[in-house]
Structures are given as C-alpha cells and as structure tokens.
Ligand binder design. Sequence first.
Ligand code: NAP
Ligand code: ZN
Ligand code: ZN
Length: 359
Amino acid sequence: MMQVCGYAAQSVKSPLTYFSFERREPGDYDVTVDIHYCGICHSDIHKVNDEWGGSKYPMVPGHEITGIVSQIGAKVTQYKVGDRVAVGNFVDSCRKCDPCQRGLEQYCEKGATWTYDSVERAAEADGREAEIPTYGGYSNKIVVDENYVYSIPDNLPLDSAAPLLCAGITLYSPLMHWNSGPGKKVAIMGLGGLGHIGVKLAHKLGAEVTVLSHSPKKEEEAKKLGADNFFVTSDRDTFKKLRRYFDLIINTVSVELDLDRYIKLLALDGTMVIVGIPEKKFQVGATPLTSARRSIAGSDIGGLKETKEMLDFCAKNNISCDIELIPIQNVNQAYQRVLNNDVRYRFVIDLINSLKCKD
Ligand code: NAP
Ligand code: ZN
Ligand code: ZN
C-alpha cells in the first residue's frame, strides 16, 4: 500500500481534519498523480453531511483534481512522468455494459467507481483487490488507471482548470445533448460553481443566455461572464415576463425550489434539465408539463470521451473557472462560505503549497 495524507471528515457533518491513510499500490496500468489543486464542489458538502444517504467515513472528498504525473506503471502508454493531468468524478467502471461501451461511464450499469466514498473494483490483470475504499482529491497523491485520467491542455492553468472536471463537464454535457447554440434560448438557474461555467460555455456555444438568480448582487458579474440577460427570482414579475420563453433551462440550484414556476418559463417542447441535487425531493405538477409538451430531465457529469472534448473546447476558447485559491487549512471555512453563497465562483484548494504530510 502507498502511504499518503489528506483532509477527511471522520463522521457525518464533522469538520475536515488532517488524515494519514493508505492508497492501493500502483499497478502496471496505473498513473500516480501528485495533486496540485482540487476544487470544492457543493456535492462534497452534501456528501460530508450525508444529505444523499449512504456516506461512509472517514471520507476524503474531492473530485476536481489536477496535478502532475509522478510515477507510471510498466504498461502505461498514454502518460509519462511530468505530464499535466486531471482526475474527475470517477476512477473506474465496468467497461463492458452499454453505457460504458458508448463512453457514458458515469451511467455504468454496474455503477461507476466514484473518486471517493466508493470501493475499488477488482482488476485481476493488475493484481488489484476489490473493496479498498476510494479517497478523493483533498490529498497529496492519487493512483488511477491511465484510462480514467485526462490530459490538461497546455494553455489551461492547473488551478482554474480543476473545477472543469466536475462543474465544467456537468454543464457542457447537457448543453451539448440538448443542442444549445445559435438561436436557442438557454436559462441557467443558480449562478454558483456550476452555473458560472455554464454561462461561459453556453455563451461560447452561441446560445442566448439568461441567468435566473436569487442574488441581485450577481447581475453585473453574470453579464461579464457572458450572460445576455439576468433576472432575479425574488421578483414576481420575472415569472410573468419570461413565461414560455426558454428552449432549455439548466437547474443547478443546490436546494429544492417550487419547480412549477420555472417549468412554465419553458416554450413549447422546452426541457428543464436538473443537475443540482438537493437533499429533499421536488414536487412537480402535471399541467405545467402537459400544457406545452414540456419535459423535465436529469443529467450527471459526463463520460471520458465528452470530458476530453470539453477540455479541448475550453482550451480552444480559453475558458476556465473563476476561482478563489485557499490553503487546505481553510477548508472548513470555505464550506461555510459556499453554504452562505459567499464564493465567486469556486474554491480551489492549493494542495501542493499547503498540505505537508506529517510522516
Ligand atoms: P454552489 O456553488 O453552491 O451553487 C449553487 C447555487 O444555487 C448558488 O450559487 C445560488 O445561486 C443557488 N442557490 C443556493 N441556495 C439557494 C436558495 N436557497 N434559493 C435559490 N437558489 C439558491 O453549488 P455547485 O457546486 O454549483 O453545485 C450545485 C448543485 O449541483 C449541488 O446540489 C451539487 O451537489 C450538484 N452537482 C450535480 C452534479 C451532477 O452531475 N448532476 C455535478 C456537480 C454538482 P444564485 O445566488 O445565483 O441564486
Ligand atoms: Zn462535483
Ligand atoms: Zn459499465
């Protein structure tokens, strides 16, 4: 086993503290990554607080990872020591089911191996045992099969690119699937980590972009990010003015809202895609859907192929995230600030400069 260190929650809702732990010994097909940066996704907070059920502890969160390859296995062909790389939400999948064959590993029928709070799959070829817990990116090193590692294009900074691995792909995938582009009216609900990169991507794809926010103070910033329009959702008029307006609404909000009001903002045949995953269930009425053949859908991150495509798109268009870099020692304050809606727009942990292993 490989000795590493990071920050972990030892039990539900506990603050994150220094944690020394073991990762699996790198195998022939593995890449060892020295982690430089890791974004703080709101999902990390939901998981630490066990808001979705089933969380296991100790938990080292983090699935927006960038760093440098420090070691490669004997049979690794795609990477060499010194390469700039990234790891996202999953580190393995069954590789055989229909979604895996189609490059949609996040929807693996056997369940993807998540970067943290999951267990490793057995890999006989690699002599790897199953049931070893996975631990995420708030740590100094990670060991991942080379097929589940991404290259970071040279012009993308490692720190502001880190959140592309979850926030970026989570917005890119539905924008592409529902054909955002010129002539399409797209709304982004919630201007947070996911929402802000969604605005940049949708704008670059050529759609007309509207932000629906409960924070009036974000208007100016939204426009700078590329939004054409900004509406505050506390204003009742917003829901009158925008009735039947949008082709696509992407809902990134981390709490449950009265969705019917928003669904009525969709035009005929419009779709609301849920990507935010609140703790509590939504209630949806039938007539807001039936009255204009509207749809409600969901979407989860993106697969290996589409994540690579997204990174290339961002590199080509010079898109990365607006971040606030913090030392790992400030992670608990950062969690509180995310919950207080006090981040513009993603915290990224500077692990390479702030995390020192004690032994
Ligand atoms: P975030 O940075 O906290 O952003 C969430 C945004 O929601 C806030 O910036 C805020 O935007 C809005 N919001 C928060 N509280 C609200 C309230 N009480 N009423 C109305 N709006 C509120 O979180 P994030 O990292 O972007 O993640 C957002 C959600 O997506 C989380 O639930 C996360 O778990 C989930 N997620 C899902 C996937 C997936 O693959 N499906 C991937 C990553 C994350 P305004 O201030 O503009 O209103
Ligand atoms: Zn995430
Ligand atoms: Zn599969």
